[in-house]
Design a protein around this ligand. Structure first.
Ligand code: PLP
Length: 440
């Protein structure tokens, strides 16, 4: 069954990459350090839900490049839009009509945003929302939630989940203590701890920042009432609410987590600022942030908070983003991803149970996380308290049978509009074999 275990070219390229690129990878989350080490797989081509590696093995992909590739790889509508943009010049350094078009699409889908600004990554988007919140409130501190990852800017690399947690460095080196002192971390889904933090530091807090649905210690829904409490408490203390929707926007439905049907009272959970990225760039680099007119008018050239970007709003990224959202406007696309994810999670749960492998699955529409444990996962502590070795074994068995997952127990599985029932069947066969080996 280990049809894909032979990867000599990946091994050789990894050794070469180590000579030239730090750690051999351009983002630490791509390293196999947390799943037993060795060479990550070097891919040479991707199409739809599939990858081909440099040894000509084919893989079914559930990484979706950590989220952005929701329409599958090389979707024809998106590649056409990129080619057209490239032919017309990739970067102008002037405004374009395309930027207005994508800004309008985002505003229509996410009503809390009166004004938008495009940047180049989720990290930049989040970093700037914090600056804007500080400029608006004239306060310095932020409150974040343990295990939420908000990119790699200084302020948010404290108790950061996802990649940093996978590698055992949730609090990065290189961040001045003076900056770390401006960040207060509380547990997700725990309004009492948030209240206690605000009782103590409230008058200094510029913003409470959260992934409204968590995507970085698995997929975790807020408990009923948690976001309502968060918004109410933040406002009581004069702090802004920032939603990091870099993963969640356009992930579960055509819109954001803040308007997702799974969360009830949309008005009571409306943020002041929202950070976006990933899907809205259709696979090219992008980020965006937006919020109420009053708050966004802090940003230069209207206001005193400076933020700029040579590449920001470039026609290639914006065109890819527009094309991606157009695909997502198609009839029934989210229902189909949900249907396939449900087939997959039900099959995974059943095979795991058959071989006595403890598994907790958190599914939210077309994405889910599978935690090797017996308990529910509703916060970072519970996500940490899962079996990393079992995950590593599962990851390896799946990879060797042609299933590409993120090499981290904290990352989600993402369905795309390109996955089919045949992909799910093949994945379930591979998973059954993996659990069988783990259980025996
Ligand atoms: N915010 C969240 C919720 C993320 O998941 C990520 C990346 O995974 C970021 C911010 C950072 O985005 P980027 O990697 O584009 O800088």
């Amino acid at each position: 069954m280990n049809t894909h275990a032979h990867r000599p070219h990946s091994e050789r390229l990894y050794q070469e990459a180590l000579q030239h690129i730090v750690g051999g990878v351009n983002s630490p989350s791509r390293s196999f350090k947390a799943v037993g080490g060795g060479a990550p797989v070097f891919m040479k081509k991707a199409s739809g839900a599939h990858f081909w590696d440099v040894d000509d093995n084919r893989y079914i992909d559930y990484l979706a490049a950590y989220g952005p590739i929701i329409t599958g790889h090389a979707h024809p509508h998106i590649t056409e839009a990129i080619a057209k943009a490239a032919a017309n010049g990739t970067l102008y350094g002037t405004p374009t009509t395309l930027e207005i078009q994508l800004a309008k699409m985002l505003k229509e889908a996410i009503p809390s945003m009166d004004k938008v600004r495009f940047v180049n990554s989720g990290t930049e988007a989040v970093m700037t929302t914090i600056r804007v919140a500080r400029a608006y409130t004239k306060r310095n501190k932020i409150i974040k939630f343990a295990g939420c990852y908000h990119g790699h800017s200084d302020l948010v690399l404290v108790a950061a989940g996802s990649g940093p947690s996978t590698l055992g460095i949730p609090d990065s080196a290189g961040i001045p203590t003076s900056i770390a002192h401006e960040v207060i971390t509380v547990p997700f889904n725990d309004a009492d701890s948030l209240k206690a933090a605000l009782d103590k530091w409230g008058s200094e807090v510029a913003a409470v920042m959260v992934e409204p649905i968590v995507g970085n210690f698995g997929m975790v829904m807020p408990k009923p009432g948690f976001l309502e409490d968060l918004c109410r408490l933040a406002r009581e203390y004069g702090a802004l609410v920032i939603y990091d929707e870099v993963i969640t926007a356009f992930r579960f439905h055509y819109g954001s987590a803040q308007t997702f049907a799974g969360l009830s009272n949309h008005e009571a959970i409306k943020p002041d600022l929202t950070a976006l990225g990933k899907i809205i760039g259709g696979g090219l680099p992008i980020g965006a942030y937006g919020g109420s007119k009053e708050v966004m008018e802090q940003v230069a050239p209207l206001g005193p908070a400076y933020q700029a970007g040579t590449m920001a709003g470039n026609p290639a990224s914006i065109s890819a983003g527009i094309a991606c959202l157009e695909v997502l406007q198609g009839e029934g696309v989210y229902d189909e991803m949900n249907r396939l994810a449900t087939r997959l999670t039900e099959g995974l749960a059943s095979s795991a149970a058959q071989y006595g492998v403890p598994l907790t699955i958190n599914q939210i529409r077309g994405s889910f996380s599978a935690h090797f444990c017996n308990h529910p996962v509703t916060n970072y502590d519970e996500a940490q308290d899962t079996d990393g070795e079992a995950f590593a074994a599962f990851f390896r068995h799946m990879l060797d049978q042609g299933i590409n997952l993120a090499p981290s127990k904290y990352e989600a599985w993402f369905l795309t509009t390109a996955h089919t029932d045949e992909d799910i069947d093949l994945t379930l066969t591979a998973a059954h074999e993996a659990f069988k080996r783990m259980g025996s």
